[in-house]
Write a protein that binds this ligand. Sequence first.
Ligand code: ZN
Length: 149
Amino acid sequence: MKLVVDASAIIEGFIPPGDCEVIIPSSVEDEIKNKGMDFLVYRVLSPRECFVEKVREAARKTGDLDVLSKADIDVISLALQENATLISDDYAIQNVASVLGIHWEEIHQQGIKEVRKWRWRCESCGRYFSKYYPQCPVCGGKLRRVKSK
Ligand SMILES: [Zn+2]
């Protein structure tokens, strides 16, 4: 499974499952290296311009373009290009990703974020998803609807 992870997720301590390939754009690599967080095994890949344009267009429509950094745009573009799962706690990133049909997940950090938008939970691996899938995209388990907090 491919994961694209944003800089704040890495800085906040997101640890990818061992069987996942982590891909990040160079703009995110710069950010985490600046913070001395260069401990993850990852592949650096730059999104192609056509994907960046698609993301900018979507962000313009949702009104999120102004709050997204270049690294944020790169992260979303890369997830779109690589058909990867996006890991981010940033609402603007999540919003644009949703519009583009990108599967995203939040970092699991109970009590830190006050608003939860999760609505589906895998009965096998316990992951939360913002939308329904016939089966868990991660482990193939059954999804169950849970109350948003
Ligand atoms: Zn699962």
